[in-house]
Design a protein around this ligand. Sequence first.
Ligand SMILES: Nc1ncnc2c1ncn2[C@@H]1O[C@H](COP(=O)(O)OP(=O)(O)OP(=O)(O)O)[C@@H](O)[C@H]1O
Ligand SMILES: [Mg+2]
Length: 493
Amino acid sequence: MTKFQDLGISPETMKSLKRMGFEEATPIQAETIPLSLQNKDLIGQAQTGTGKTAAFGIPMIDHIDYNDSFIQGLVIAPTRELAIQVSEELYKLGFGKRTRVLSIYGGQDINRQIRALKNRPHIIVGTPGRILDHINRKTLKLDHVKKVILDEADEMLNMGFIDDIEKILSSVPEEKHTLLFSATMPPAIQRIAERFMKEPQIVRVKAKEMTVPLIEQYYIEVQEKNKFDVLTRLLDIQSPELAIVFGRTKRRVDELSEALSLRGYNAEGIHGDLSQAKRMSVLRKFKEGSIDVLVATDVAARGLDISGVTHVYNFDIPQDPESYVHRIGRTGRAGKEGMAMTFINPREKSYLRIVEKTTKKKMERMAAPTLDQALEGQQKAVAEKVEQIIEDNHLQYYQQSAQQLLEHHDATTVVQALLKLMIKEPDTTPVKLTEEKPLPAKRDRRSTDRSNRPRGGYSPKGRQSNSYRSRDGKPSGKRNYQGNKKTNANSYR
Ligand SMILES: Nc1ncnc2c1ncn2[C@@H]1O[C@H](COP(=O)(O)OP(=O)(O)OP(=O)(O)O)[C@@H](O)[C@H]1O
Ligand SMILES: [Mg+2]
């Protein structure tokens, strides 16, 4: 473990770190902070949830000349939520230095952003499209930028943002330093490095596996038509504090969140077709715990840091091993434990193998729980909770009602009734999910250049059953799966 003091960080930033409760530097922080302070271009790869944000944030904050009031740091991130989160973390890191950090992203009133830009921020964190928009409007001047960070660089490449990034970087001085971070670095990332970086140093935190060892990883073989029941049984047995369920498409997310709500779960969905206000309110509710199941497309897979996510369910196996790594990485963050369950249709075994080959970690097989097991599991969980409550012994308040009940019934009957009250019995409220075809049988994609391959390389045409309609009676889910790379990628978010 490395102490922050030994990394050459300013006393003001040390104060911020103390305030944030960071005691020791994580390996990626220990390895990259000194290099970044020496102005090296670098590519940083480390497992999810291991503090890459602070790894690039701390030196960026310490490099700012606070006598100048120009924008000196630029962070580009693939999604709006991530841009907001990163700007919040940088604000906390920059507290000691009074660093002004501004996030700019699509879906937010541009005039409001233009006004905020006049307050002379030191650091801008934004999504590529909106940054470019401001550059074109001449409301964003980047000619004093010293450091540029591409967070989740490989994802921005996947999303077809490379041309936007190129245009953005042409507005930044030649002498700037470029740093690129992600938990996954597929070979295509080399293209970004060659195009935008000067002899970058590659820092890969050595780890046996690409995923975090604190995440227990399971796969469950399940037929498409049984997936939903298996999911609800798992939710009942495992009773996650917060859970994320990943679905393959927007329609899938809409249908799943609706079906879960119908069955009494506190669930909401998030994907790229929702308004920015809606996306933010869903995430806020999830962070506060007023919803405890977030159903999401990969839009929530990258970088989001929500404490308390104990379980990740891949309702549909992701197509790319990288997506798998990022999805399950929403749990097991900052030293906490987590559990990830991936449903696979028996015909999708080849994807499981590709994922395992990439992560260098075998998933353990878990049998799909039966209805009886679900009930048993719940009873066990409830019994444990009851034991705990008895041990805590704050029960005086309930004494009178307990005695009243026991005057009329024997103890076993009362306990049985209370258990019945606490346990979720099988709910048969009908729900319908449009069937997803299993992913097509696949050869190892490592031999192909993934950046040229549209995401979701199959057409869902004809897969929408007539039986399922969303609330407004229209078929749910936008089906713009074809088209150029960017649209295609976005249709999955
Ligand atoms: N040195 C540290 N000590 C304690 N907590 C830390 C430290 N560094 C970062 N954290 C916390 O760990 C969590 C994860 O950090 P962060 O989001 O930067 O991870 P990441 O490596 O970027 O993950 P991802 O690959 O998913 O984007 C955050 O809540 C962050 O505040
Ligand atoms: Mg991150």
